[in-house]
Design a binder for this molecule. Sequence first.
Ligand code: PLP
Length: 384
Amino acid sequence: MERIEKFLTEKQQSYSLRTLKPADRRSDGKIYFGTSEFWDFSSNDYLSLSGHPKLIQAGQKAAEQFGSGAAASRLLSGDLTLHHQLEQKTAALKGKEDALLFNSGYQANLGIISSLFSKSDVVFSDKLSHASIIDGITLSGAKHFRFRHNDPDHLETLLKKSRTKFRDCLIITETVFSMDGDIAPLEELVRLKEKYNCILMVDEAHATGIFGHDGSGMVSQLQLAQKVDLIMGTFGKAMGSFGAYVACSKQIKQFLVNTSRSFIYSTALPPAVIAANIATIDLLAEEPFRRKQLLQNAEFFRNELTKRGFDILGSSQIVPLMVNTSEKAVAMSNRLKENGFWALPIRPPTVPQGQSRLRFSLNYDHNPEVLQSLIEEIERAFNV
Ligand SMILES: *Cc1c(COP(=O)(O)O)cnc(C)c1O
């Protein structure tokens, strides 16, 4: 079709064509393509848990014992005691009454938001919210307002103007932002949710495993679990496996089990994945040195880049380096690749025009020597 060819040509010409590139393997903070290897700064496996022998063994054992697949959705015959064990452990980690599993974070956001809210309701989301949050809101049919990134004053202005015109109200944000690496002003959001009688939902995809006691997340680090109604997160990032959850009240869980289409109409997560997720929660408590080391690495990296005058964002393990044009972001990324560092450019439409960046996802295995040589390469690549 002509429009498809046109689309692809335009993407190519604006340095924004996305392509797949299969790796041969990944491990210990590195990624391997044929005979080339790179330090991997694009993965969300922040703690290097996806290669941890305890997770792998837990998955193997469960596959042997319970089979490779779950056979059906949980409301048919796909529901195992394993799923309930993981839900209990997740609820305990997050400090909520209960939890419900979803097959991925994308499906969780889609299914949670669209089943709890509809066109009589209103949703206020942070402007930088993940695509899955936006898609969930669109699917719900609720009226949607976006507040300026991490700006509770702007949120309050919008709430004042519109809250009373609608039945129920949802405020939604990420706790650690995937593209900017910064942290939501949760205390302020809790205050506004209470003042304007709203429900507060947060997405802890990039916070779980890293922040909070035993890696319980940013909400729990700030001791706000009782005040945040819906705490969503994933097992696919720092947790080293796959799948997602929402921690919430028993009542909301029961409602979601009965209404959430991405939960009802999808085959349950396989036993190996569930068992790995159970093991990962135990591991977070057993190996706190991983998250401590990761956050130290990130602080070192941010401090060194700031000292050298770079424009960086964030205050977490995600460190975006602003380079403004897509063309420069692509050129820098290519140059870093030539020198053994895998850091991909983030371009529009993922981020606004003029805010292209290189996004560095740090990893437990990226020790200060690795980071030091990366910083030197960044300086060279930036000044070309
Ligand atoms: C990755 C991510 C998701 C989606 O989770 P998956 O399990 O990968 O589908 C949702 N929200 C945020 C903020 C994410 O970064």
